[in-house]
Design a protein around this ligand. Structure first.
Ligand SMILES: Nc1nc2c(c(=O)[nH]1)N[C@H]1C(S)=C(S)[C@@H](COP(=O)(O)OP(=O)(O)OC[C@H]3O[C@@H](n4cnc5c(=O)[nH]c(N)nc54)[C@H](O)[C@@H]3O)O[C@H]1N2
Ligand SMILES: Nc1nc2c(c(=O)[nH]1)N[C@H]1C(S)=C(S)[C@@H](COP(=O)(O)OP(=O)(O)OC[C@H]3O[C@@H](n4cnc5c(=O)[nH]c(N)nc54)[C@H](O)[C@@H]3O)O[C@H]1N2
Ligand code: SF4
Ligand SMILES: [Mo]
Length: 714
């Protein structure tokens, strides 16, 4: 029997887990690591299923190649020979943009894919780069980029010191927190209450977090920007604006005052469904000590995602709570990129068919199908998906799935043969989380305490590490063929990393791969630690609570906080049009939801996570159910401009009237996938009805909450 201490790579909470293995290297137990400096023993059902994931017989153990429509297991040599035969001619004949990339969410939880994926994408040199970010948090990068000059400078609630927390569009008791790395959210929220503080939730659904909170406002989907503007309006009207020490670091305060004028509490009340007195009270409460506003998915994947994301931080500035203990603070990670940050840019190129601007190097995944289907120069003819399942996770998924079959060539770097990878010609699998080292490069930059924890691989892997796979593909797209010297490429990457950080690569000694890069980044980072230090601390290192970082964190041209950045302000007229609309004319809209035992689309193949019956229902308020003739347990059809689906009805007053909710990530009953448990509990794919033409305009992020639908009995 052995035990290993690992950081869970399954969500943003970065919990420390203790994994027990028997003599046959079978995982016999997974529990929270009580000694972890950050999570202190916390674990959720997903973390507990790490063993089930590791032992899942459906997880791929060899590359798959499609021959005459059927996948066969092949050697890595055969897989790369096929890629080298088919991919370079497409690049040569049709140019770099003919090959698109879609990078999915687990890649951000995987240092091999984070650090070496970017090497591949750079070598590929395509403008057609897509990722899960444009169905997720892109508006937050946009607002941070324009306000603070750095799209990665995202302030997070200083949860352990806050006394008043206003949450919009997040359900952290279920999601375990996002753009806010904080293991054991329930414990930390409870502590706010124990300090005499208050939690207010704005959400169209009475979620677990809303039930836990002191106050819940069931907002009409897509109207958060109106509510937030009204809060700003009240702060100015009642002379409550007090940015404190930020005063000397601000531009645009008067512009914000002016912009907020039309958005009085009375004006927004009918659209938001929240009455004017409640809005005034919410605004006044934000002026209390250690108050903070936090918005997540419900405020980003909606029609006014960028304006809402911006206003969240505007409120934190106006109340003096940005960059202050207990407010919204900028983490300083051990691997924080220092110096040489490039100023934020958007629109350096546009998507070919619909002309959407690039944002932080990517185009909206909502337009990927357009780019594949539309003939002409620059048409996408090949696709590489890297840890992504866009056939379940992106809007008008039915259209995208059909488009994938028209590609000349497709590669999926994925651990399952699933709804997306079944369209590929070659699937390249990677090791399980227990067979690779782990370090939360991305999430320590969003952490409510400055911590770091390195996890060595618990078990050896029979499969190549994914950084080697990324470099093999890099060799092929760079014209070096399938035999490229991976070690030499890795040396080059490490050399560049060292050079950019003013280091000699030799300091990292004999290390290779991600370990070497992390060692270099740690040495260049703010805490003067090395990977060896982290290796000697299996329960993590704690660098303390967040500290104020303004002005050092700012990277705007002015060196100040841009409170009214022009590209965001340009979208305010669209919001004024929204304000002018008649609330009475609004029809039913669809929103999503998450469950504790799901992880987007890909963990439904683990039996412990799908026990307990079908969770994939459409929730309908009793008043709407009566009006529409729907009964609990019956089947309903849900129709939008994009598509149609059938789903069991759950009548519940958890959702507000006028709103229906279906979780995403289901719909596993497709031909040709190899996920036996998921196929037996398939659910429906809610993204069949998500409309790919509805976007948050500045960022190009999909509207996944607030989709107009019709619901009828079947
Ligand atoms: N309607 C609606 N749609 C949504 C959302 C919503 O709220 N509503 N949420 C959106 C959000 S926030 C996100 S992040 C996206 C997620 O969208 P995606 O990233 O496209 O989807 P995932 O479900 O995370 O699937 C990840 C894929 O990675 C594979 N995978 C898992 N581990 C590994 C690994 O270690 N290596 C490799 N190579 N592959 C691996 C899985 O098998 C799966 O195929 O979905 C978005 N879609
Ligand atoms: N168990 C579990 N955990 C997860 C995931 C998972 O699939 N399962 N996915 C992970 C990922 S990739 C992400 S990005 C995070 C997301 O983390 P969260 O944002 O906390 O996730 P959600 O539970 O989707 O919460 C979004 C909330 O917004 C509400 N909402 C919908 N529309 C609106 C609106 O217009 N306005 C407002 N104010 N609210 C609205 C929804 O009802 C929902 O409660 O979770 C991560 N953690
Ligand atoms: S909360 Fe997230 S990090 Fe913690 S055990 Fe669950 S899935 Fe893993
Ligand atoms: Mo996400």
């Amino acid at each position: 029997m052995t035990t290993a201490h690992v950081t869970c790579p399954l969500c943003e909470a970065t919990c420390g887990l203790e994994v027990t293995l028997d003599a046959n290297q079978q995982v016999t137990r997974v529990q929270g690591d009580d000694k972890d400096v950050f999570s202190r023993g916390y674990i959720c059902p997903k973390g507990a299923s790490l063993g089930a994931l590791h032992h899942d017989p459906d997880r791929l153990t060899a590359p798959l190649l499609k021959r005459d429509g059927e996948f066969v297991e092949v050697s890595w040599q055969e897989a790369y020979d096929e890629i080298a035969r088919r991919l370079p001619p497409i690049l040569e004949e049709h140019g770099r943009d003919a090959v698109a990339v879609y990078a999915g969410n687990p890649g951000v939880h995987n240092i091999a894919l984070t650090l070496y994926g970017r090497v591949l994408y750079k070598a590929l040199g395509t403008k057609n780069f897509y990722s899960a970010t444009s169905v997720d948090q892109l508006p937050k990068h946009y607002s941070a980029g324009t306000m603070f000059g750095d799209p990665l400078a995202i302030p997070v609630p200083d949860l352990d010191r806050t006394r008043h927390l206003l949450i919009l569009g997040a359900n952290p008791l279920v999601s375990n927190g996002s753009l806010m790395t904080a293991p054991d959210i329930r414990g930390r929220l409870r502590a706010i209450r124990e300090r005499g503080g208050k939690i207010v939730v704005v959400d169209p659904r009475r979620t677990r977090t809303a039930q836990f909170a002191d106050e819940h406002h069931a907002i009409r989907p897509g109207t958060d920007a109106l509510l937030l503007f009204a809060l700003v309006n009240v702060l100015f009207a009642e002379n409550l604006v007090a940015p404190g020490r930020l005063e000397g670091h601000l531009d645009g305060l008067e512009d914000v005052r002016e912009l907020a004028q039309p958005f009085t509490p009375e004006a927004v009340a009918p659209r938001t469904g929240i009455d004017a007195d409640a809005i005034r009270r919410m605004a006044r409460e934000l002026t209390s000590d250690n108050a903070v506003v936090y918005g997540r998915i419900g405020t980003t994947t909606q029609a006014f995602g960028t304006v809402a994301s911006w206003l969240v931080d505007v409120l934190n500035v106006l109340t003096g709570h940005l960059d202050a203990p207990g407010g919204a603070m900028f983490p300083l990670a051990a691997c924080q990129p220092t110096g040489n940050r490039r100023p934020f840019a958007v629109g350096r190129w546009r998507s070919r068919v619909r002309g959407y601007p690039e944002v932080v190097g990517e185009l909206p995944v909502a337009t990927l199908a357009d780019e594949i289907e539309t003939p002409g120069e620059g048409q996408v003819r090949a696709l590489i998906t890297v840890s992504g399942n866009p056939c379940l996770s992106t809007p008008n998924a039915g259209r995208l799935a059909a488009a994938l079959d028209s590609l000349d060539f497709m590669i999926s770097v994925d651990v399952y043969l699933n709804e997306t990878s079944r369209h590929a010609d070659v699937i390249l699998p990677g090791p399980s989380p227990l067979e690779r080292p782990h370090f939360d490069l991305a999430f320590y930059q969003l952490s409510i305490r400055n911590v770091a924890n390195w996890t060595p691989a618990t078990l050896p892997s029979a499969l190549p590490q994914e950084w080697e796979t990324m470099l093999r593909l890099t060799g092929i797209v760079a014209g070096q063929g399938p035999e490229a010297d991976v070690a030499a490429l890795d040396d080059f990457v490490a050399g560049e990393t060292a050079r950019r950080n003013g280091l000699d690569v030799a300091v990292a000694g004999e290390r290779t791969g991600p370990a070497r890069l992390v060692d270099l980044l740690l040495r260049a980072g703010p805490y003067n630690v090395t990977l060896a230090d982290l290796e000697a601390a299996p329960h993590g290192m704690d660098f303390g609570p967040l500290k104020p970082r303004i002005p050092e964190v700012l990277c705007t041209a002015s060196g100040r906080i841009e409170l009214a950045p022009e590209p965001v302000v340009a979208d305010v007229p669209r919001l004024r049009e929204e304000l002018a609309k008649n609330a009475e004319a609004d029809g039913l809209v669809l929103i999503g939801r998450r469950h504790l035992s799901s992880n987007n689309s890909w963990m439904h193949n683990l039996e412990p996570l799908v026990r307990g019956g079908n969770r994939c229902t459409v929730q309908v308020h009793p008043a709407d159910a009566t009006r529409l003739g729907l009964t609990d347990g019956s089947l309903a059809s849900v129709t939008s401009r994009a598509g149609k689906l059938q789903v069991p009805v759950e009548v519940t007053d958890e959702v507000r009237p006028g709103v229906v909710s279906i979780p995403h990530g289901w719909g596993h009953d497709v031909d040709g996938s190899r996920t036996r448990v998921a196929r037996a509990n398939p659910g429906v794919n809610s993204n069949l009805v998500a409309d790919e033409t509805l976007l948050d305009v500045p960022s190009g992020t999909s509207v996944l909450n607030g989709i107009p639908v019709e619901v009828a009995p079947v």
